[in-house]
Design a protein. Structure first.
Length: 206
């Protein structure tokens, strides 16, 4: 998993509440069990991003030229509600989104973000409103998210702080998912297996 330390990028405003995981990635695209390499990003927000004939909706923010390369999403409360599908953060990450800023998130989606290298940030609604205004500046909507300092800087130089669980912060800063965390203990695991192989050889089939 890539490390997340500091990100300066275009922020796209998506002022909608209760965006559920089916809206993020509809169920017909859940056939894959791989998080990358299968183009999930092109299907992100399909039902509000495309017309029925597959052409783009010009009024959808991520279809607009200024926001096609957006890496930050500023959105409404309860983002990621609905089913617990991990494909939702996969699709956002594959599209290019690396950070989502909202007043609140659904719990399971929030946890899945950290496991997939996405940074979800919770801020009060009045702060979200200010960032939404910043994001409305199109290509000039450059927002900087500094995870080490736990600060967000707007295009006019204003700075706001955000809180994050220290353990989750550590994992993102060091690019550690659940497997990466386990591999940090690989020497201890090997030592345990070697001792167990001697004391309980019937547990092992060579």
């Amino acid at each position: 998993m890539d490390k997340f330390i500091r990100l300066s990028a275009v922020a796209a405003p998506l002022p909608m509440s209760n965006i559920d995981t089916d809206m993020i990635i509809p169920q017909q695209f859940l056939k894959t069990i791989k998080r990358t390499g299968l183009g999930l990003g092109k299907h992100a927000f399909t039902n509000i991003r495309y017309h029925d004939d597959g052409t783009e909706r010009a009024d959808f923010v991520l279809n607009q030229p200024a926001y096609r390369a957006a890496e930050i999403l500023v959105t409404g409360e309860n983002f990621g509600c609905g089913s617990s599908r991990e494909h939702a953060p996969w699709a956002l990450k594959d599209f290019g989104i690396k950070c989502i800023i909202a007043p609140s998130f659904a719990d399971i989606f929030y946890g899945n973000c950290f496991k997939n290298g996405l940074l979800p940030i919770i801020l009060p609604q009045d702060t979200i409103d200010l960032l939404m205004d910043d994001a409305g500046r199109g290509a000039n909507a450059i927002i900087t998210v500094d995870l080490e300092k736990q600060e967000i800087s707007g295009p006019d130089g204003g700075v706001v702080s955000f809180e994050i669980d220290p353990y989750r912060r550590h994992c993102l800063l060091n690019g550690l998912d659940d497997i990466g965390l386990t591999l940090q203990k690989k020497d201890v695991i090997k030592d345990y297996e070697a001792k167990t192989r001697l004391s309980q050889p019937w547990l092992f089939k060579d």
